[in-house]
Design a protein around this ligand. Sequence first.
Ligand SMILES: Nc1ncnc2c1ncn2[C@@H]1O[C@H](COP(=O)(O)OP(=O)(O)O)[C@@H](O)[C@H]1O
Ligand SMILES: [Mg+2]
Length: 303
Amino acid sequence: MRIGARLHFFHSKTELGKAGSRAPDPHAVTREQLDRARVLQDLSSNNDVSLRQLQDGRRVVVKVGAEVVDAESALILEAETLKEDVVHRIGLLVGRAFAPKPTILVSPSGARSTLVTPEIDTGRSAHGYQEAFHTLGDTAQARSLLGKYHRDGLSVFDFIVGHGDRHDAWGSRAKDSSARMKNVLVDRDGGLHSIDHEAAFGKPPFAEVSEAAVRDFFKGRDAHRTFRATDLKRLIDDTYLPLVGGDHRELDKLYRFAGIDSHGVERRAREVLKQYEALLADDARRLHPTPPARRRFPGFGRA
Ligand SMILES: Nc1ncnc2c1ncn2[C@@H]1O[C@H](COP(=O)(O)OP(=O)(O)O)[C@@H](O)[C@H]1O
Ligand SMILES: [Mg+2]
């Protein structure tokens, strides 16, 4: 990455935080609020992640990124953190908050970015270092959660955004093993939520999605229409271009370093759309079967 990118990078930060929010955002968190927050629990053994309570009572999860010294590394880390915002917005296209709404705060020097998300209420007294599926082990409950996941729109979301940190890499059964599911939280109502998207926009964790999951993904009002009208490659590129001063060659470079394949996301979105539209066509055929063609007897019925 060229050093000049630094300027665009730092310039863009203020805009990024406000991206798309014209009305006051009730989830927004400021640096000052965070500084005055009380730490309730450390949440990660290898990263600086903690559950904190703001003075206004809100509970948030704060993930502090590594501090970097050069502009290139800062840019790459920023790009990875920004994935959280993009995946959240992709969910919103179909009216779903698969991923919690993030606030991204950048240190005054620009060398460190902090991710803040509202706490997902899992009903547990404390969050584990490892996510729900992990801690359940290979039990009936975990297997039933895995089945739920494969019928839930979340698995389609994963497929489209290419959630790169959904399954542990270890073990040949990784894909099918409930004990190896990561970064899925189950809320009090049994709803599934996705976290930890630094490795998104790569290869999806599985090659296809179930019919039930596709139907679930598009169950929201107008979800299909809105999704169809959106070019996800463009959405992603438009998010990242300001970071590199609108330079497409620099964008390609940034994508290589940050592991972003915007083409792949758009391609998979189209695949899923096609699958859904085929299902709609099937449904329509079932509801309105074509009447069998009448047999014609030439000569009869004529005067
Ligand atoms: N929004 C959230 N609500 C509740 N718990 C969270 C949230 N975000 C993260 N956690 C908890 O913090 C842990 C670490 O967060 P994560 O983003 O996965 O960081 P790491 O990169 O260390 O895996 C998760 O396993 C989960 O238990
Ligand atoms: Mg994680």
